[in-house]
Design a protein around this ligand. Sequence first.
Ligand code: NCD
Ligand code: ZN
Length: 355
Amino acid sequence: MPASEPNAIDELTIREPDDWHLHVRDDDMMALIAHYSARQFARAIIMPNLVPPVTTVAAAEAYRDRILAIMPDGHRFTPLMTAYLTDEIDPDEVERGHGEGVFTACKLYPAGATTNSAFGVTDVRNMHGVLERMQKIGMPLLVHGEVASKDIDIFDREAVFLEKVLGPMRSDFPDLKIVLEHITTADSVAFVQSAGANTAATITPHHLRIDRNALFDGGMRPHAYCLPVAKRAHHRTALRQAAVSGDPKFFLGTDSAPHPRKDKESDCGCAGIFCAPAALESYALTFDEEGALDKLEGFASEFGPRFYGLPLNEGTITLKRDDFAVPDAITGKDLSVVPFHAGETLKWRAMDRAA
Ligand code: NCD
Ligand code: ZN
């Protein structure tokens, strides 16, 4: 397709990207959706919020094996496993898992903050032992940055978390690597910018595109609902500026979080947006709109591995300015899942990764 503007870039080849925040679920759902991520990303940080959650080295190894077992031949996809922090987690188990190369990081869910977080941490003060250990061994802490209190307005829960939990934790463990996951506010952008080099954040494709109006666009829109929930438009603007800024503290994490359609379209619909089928395309659209396609490679493929202390990928992926029709639903045996951008035709298409 010809470029829409005379100087527009029509094709972009970047180093293979990674997804630093992904839910691939398990069983039939995993079989239906995991390959979408493997098509675009060389590695992904796999979220541990299964039921029951992944809290032991053995459970993480078994989960990793199940993911690898459903990958197509020649997939070249590496799942990076995480431990789900609970009040009872044993620092020795965490250290052993990290030492054996099974746990890349630990995930902190405040209990009750989001999908399958019932086993999460009730009070961060219970975590001092494990956080101290992680700081010592250089293991990153990945944080769902929302307070779970029902008396705090849902649109304020991220900002309150920064003040009440993350700020103090940042001072108590100055050398701990912390990733504030799926940020949604200008407050989080500012927090990360003003913290030291060992504080970073992931940004999803959907939070770069939707604001809270999308939840009520002509009626209630369950497929636009995720946690942290999308905020006002000015917050989205701050996220877009951070993503395209070239600041290595901000990198790609899709938070692709599929739920069966019937569980989203319900009187108590689940939180989670399934963005994997068009993740890179969606990011490319945003970076293109911001006139910053030259900044996509750093955000998608370089800043994440550098923060985690992992090697950069060797292969490449090519994006072309071309129509890319996103299906209305991804449907399997007894499952249907509605993706982000369902029914839209995007203006960028990602080719398969090249070794
Ligand atoms: C995630 C899920 O469904 O597992 N949901 C979401 O809205 N993002 C959990 C999470 O990352 O908060
Ligand atoms: Zn998530």
